[in-house]
Ligand binder design. Structure first.
Ligand code: HGY
Ligand code: MN
Ligand code: MN
Length: 417
């Protein structure tokens, strides 16, 4: 490892990093030590302003693109060189934790500050990005900011997405962009020479194996759908069952069919219905309309393709009384990270004498999309009992700092190649 990389890594300030998490956790704080900071919400805006206030104290330049991805750039000696990027997301699940996403943004910022304090220069610029709407909890699908930045989806495709309250994404986006006028406009698909994302594992493997660092080799495949079932509202007391077009009954039949499809004795396949909107949503009116989400995941490319292809025909077959509309909203095949970048992470981990293991990710991340446009890999640190997307999500200051040290060293190695 380069001397300057080691020097900067050892300047990562555990206390400052922990304190920053505490400050961010206040924005959207909910009982049980959790955080509810939805994408493009007023809480998201406050978090963006806080991050940019820290960047303004340093000689970093700030950029923003048309979907609100925020970029904090530390100059390199070669201004024209494509940057090495790092980052993650600041939005959370509705009952999210204090570390999912925000850790990758704060660790990236801590790496830039440690480089400043070590007084080191890198050939390439290094940029920290805070991706818009990684979670997809308010505006589906997830990983929206990185998807649009990398050109996997045109911005126009997502502007009219609405949240549960009927707010249109483009309106929430306009408000968010207006809140950070100090950020310079930035094009999509800006070239990057590499990307490393650090994140809590959101699973139990590191903790069970008593490892501090995960060198992440890839992400499993996932498919998201919105399924809409349209029937007819009727009186719950007087309408015979035989005459009903009951959207809830047909939704249950569809979900039972998908449960059967995804049944897996090895418990590797993941199937989740997390959102269900019922209309008119009254105990004594037969439901005329149901919209529900489908999230299916599997690490094997053929299996996830087969499962994804089966959803629409199965939904149509299972529904006996109502119209069914199946809209795919996310189609991610399993991704394999770049061996050289993973190698730099492993070398830095070994040279910093940290216990580690290689593993793949069950959760998806913006690194999924960045891996399609530049050499990409991830670093994991443990979270308590693997719990995430839950207020009880927890991590230790020591592990967070260790991940930030590996990140700092690996970024410097890559930025001088
Ligand atoms: O859904 C996911 O895997 C990520 O945590 N947003
Ligand atoms: Mn995340
Ligand atoms: Mn998440």
């Amino acid at each position: 490892m380069r001397e300057d990389a080691r020097d900067a890594a050892l300047r990562v300030d555990e206390q400052r990093l922990w304190q920053r998490h505490a400050e961010m956790a206040k924005i959207g704080a909910i009982p049980g030590n959790g955080v509810n900071r939805a994408a493009l919400s007023k809480e998201d805006i406050v978090a963006r302003k806080l991050l940019l206030s820290w960047a303004a104290k340093r000689n970093f330049t700030i950029g923003v693109d048309a979907i609100g991805n925020l970029f904090i750039r530390r100059a390199g000696t070669d201004a024209d060189a494509a940057p090495i990027m790092t980052g993650s997301h600041m939005d959370t699940q509705p009952r999210g934790g204090r570390f999912d996403g925000i850790y990758g943004v704060l660790a990236g910022f801590e790496a830039l500050e440690a480089m400043d304090e070590a007084g080191i220069k890198t050939r390439r610029p290094i940029e920290v990005v805070a991706w818009t709407n990684e979670e997809g909890g308010r505006f589906a699908p997830c990983t929206m900011g990185s998807m649009v930045f990398t050109g996997a989806r045109p911005l126009a495709d997502v502007l009219d997405v609405t949240d549960n309250e009927g707010v249109i994404l483009k309106d929430a986006l306009a408000q968010t962009l207006a809140a950070t006028p100090e950020a310079k406009q930035r094009e999509f698909k800006s070239p990057a020479a590499g990307y490393i994302e650090v994140h809590i594992e959101q699973g139990p493997l590191l903790e069970n194996a008593q490892k501090t660092i995960g060198v992440v080799t890839g992400i499993q495949g996932l498919r998201w759908f919105n399924i809409e079932v349209s029937g007819k509202t009727d009186h719950a007391g007087t309408t015979p069952l035989a005459l009903r077009k009951d959207a809830v009954r047909d939704s249950i039949a569809i979900i039972n069919a998908l449960t059967e499809l995804t049944h897996d004795p090895a418990d590797v396949t993941r199937f989740t219905v997390g959102r269900m909107l019922v209309t008119p949503n009254s105990p004594n009116s037969v439901a005329s309309h149901v919209l529900f989400s489908v999230d299916i995941r599997h690490p094997d490319p053929q299996t996830i393709a087969k499962l994804g292809a089966a959803v629409e025909p199965l939904a149509r077959k299972a529904a006996k009384f109502c119209e069914v509309k199946v809209t795919p909203t996310l189609h991610d095949d399993p991704c394999v990270f770049n061996a050289d970048v993973a190698g730099e992470i492993e070398t830095a981990t070994r040279e910093l004498d940290l216990p580690y293991m290689r593993l793949s990710s069950g959760a998806s991340h913006d690194a999924n999309y960045m891996s399609r446009v530049c050499p990409t890999a991830m670093i994991f640190v443990p979270c308590e009992k693997g719990v995430s997307h839950n207020e009880a999500e927890n991590a230790t200051p020591g592990d967070l700092a260790a991940g930030a040290r590996v990140l700092t060293a690996a970024l410097i190695q890559l930025a001088n190649k």
